[in-house]
Design a protein around this ligand. Sequence first.
Ligand code: CA2
Length: 150
Amino acid sequence: MSGKPWRILMLNGPNLNLLGRREPAVYGATTLDEIERDCRVVAAEWGADLDFFQSNHEGVLVDRIGAALGHVDLIIINPAALTHTSVAIRDALLAVGLPVIEVHLSNIYRREPFRHHSHVADIALGQISGFGALGYRLAIEAGVRHLQKS
Ligand code: CA2
């Protein structure tokens, strides 16, 4: 790597703090702390600094997105249930205008119909859905490759 590290903000929405402790059949056995540790290693390999954050509160996530302008190069977000409901998160992402990658642990298109719509998908560079914790690693690689080209 040369030059300044890329700055990645990785956001996680409601209930993802419960990962690894409930519903392992759906979301896997890996905890969010384990995902964070893994992502820190992967980010360093790709020459990126990682700001990793989880909140159960929509407004807190909106504030973190708003504060990213000028401090972040890329947002990776698993909005969790807010994926399907939050115009506020969509608007905040549009307002900062940073490249966004959407991640889901589960394949939302194989689940209940109400999970099939994402308010983020059409404003994101891309969406990774259904590969469990690996999706976060893939998002870092995809994001840095995008930044290197742009
Ligand atoms: O598959 C994903 O990553 C989701 O974003 C997870 C959300 C869900 O609402 C989305 O439709 C898809 C749910 C996150 C809740 O995480 C839990 C973890 C353990 C136990 C219970 C919930």
